[in-house]
Design a protein around this ligand. Structure first.
Ligand code: DAH
Length: 339
């Protein structure tokens, strides 16, 4: 066959055969057949020598154009298959669907709800107080004197000259409850607190506490122990957690104590999570100081009771085994989705 005949044959044929290919493998076969190293087009190129020198340049050009047309045709065909192979173009009803993330409750909110639920089941009501407090309610009425370290500018966000501030704890809610109601009292007060702390693994300038107050005519330290041990058992459910009370000091309680729970990671043997102590501090508590009763006009000869305060983030960290408080405030979905 002459070069011209072969050119005619191939240029009339390639489109049809390439389009008939029904897989990428078939297309590749067509490519090798037409424009591979020993494909049809190269065979025609070899015949250029049979033409006169005047004819050669024009035919050389034609053959190059044919080669690039075939290349284009093959690429187009390939792209059809590539598209088809993409998963989104195939509807397979047997595959599991794409689930979007379900909304969930923030771990701090979740722990707050659990704490409220437990104390409600023990007969406590819920009281709320303002986050902008007076220095009187936040400090003075709680027997925290003017020169006490807690009042320092370093710890407290003052809103004006030492009169109004962002509450540093939820304890002022006990004062407000006692000021505005007659005893007996049986409440918890959950809420946000603020301190001028630098953010680190165990500090945040905004955090949450739950305060508690139980006052009656016959309330003793053993009630305090009973209620708080019961709380620990319900909160750390199923892990037979042990509690112990250590003497401590708070200006608004006398005597004061701190409650520890046995370390849930080592079971009390001592490990790095509990600094080898086997115990972890969870809350402060004590019998309401008569000075506090006096500020609230409650007769301490007739009424007595206990108060306690717990850090919500700390309880959440202990319950879920979280070692850095910052996780609660980073809004990282990988963390939040786990709750
Ligand atoms: N207000 C204390 C604090 O922020 C916590 C606390 C300790 C509250 C003992 C109490 C209590 O009611 O009795 O650290």
């Amino acid at each position: 066959m002459t070069l011209q005949d072969e050119y005619k044959k191939i240029s009339g044929l390639y489109r049809e055969t390439v389009n008939e290919a029904d897989s990428l493998k078939e297309v590749e076969k067509e490519r090798v057949k037409y424009i591979g190293r020993s494909g049809a087009v190269n065979e025609i190129f070899k015949k250029l020598g049979t033409l006169s020198p005047q004819e050669r340049p024009a035919w050389g050009k034609k053959l190059n154009i044919l080669k690039s047309d075939i290349t284009k045709c093959i690429e187009e065909k390939k792209s059809q298959f590539n598209k088809k192979d993409k998963a989104e173009d195939i509807f397979d009803p047997t595959l599991p669907g794409n689930f979007s993330t379900l909304p969930s409750v923030h771990p701090v909110t979740r722990i707050l709800r659990e704490i409220k639920h437990i104390f409600s089941s023990l007969g406590f009501g819920i009281a709320y107080g303002p986050e902008i407090e007076t220095a009187y309610h936040n400090f003075t009425a709680l027997n925290i004197p003017k020169d006490h370290a807690a009042r320092d500018m370093h710890d407290t966000f003052y809103l004006d000259k030492e009169k109004n501030l962002l509450r540093t704890h939820t304890s002022p809610v006990q004062v407000r409850v006692m000021e505005n109601n007659d005893p007996p009292y049986n409440i918890i007060a959950p809420g946000k607190c603020y301190r001028r702390d630098t953010i680190d693994a165990s500090h945040s300038p905004v955090f949450h506490q739950v305060e508690g107050l139980m006052v009656g005519e016959d309330i003793s330290f053993s009630d305090l122990k009973g209620v708080l041990a019961e709380f620990a058992e319900l909160f750390f459910e199923g892990t037979s957690v042990k509690t112990r009370f250590r003497p401590s000091y708070f200006p608004f309680t006398e005597p004061s104590a701190e409650m520890d729970i046995s370390c849930r990671i080592c079971g009390g043997k001592g490990c790095s999570s509990c600094s080898q102590k086997g115990w972890l501090e969870v809350l402060g508590a004590g019998m309401v100081d008569p000075e506090v009763f006096k500020h609230c006009d409650v007769d301490s000869n007739r009424w007595q009771g206990f108060a306690f305060g717990m850090g919500v983030e700390r309880l959440a960290m202990l319950k879920y085994g979280i070692n850095d408080m910052r996780f609660f405030y980073l809004n990282d979905m990988r963390f939040l989705e786990q709750f």
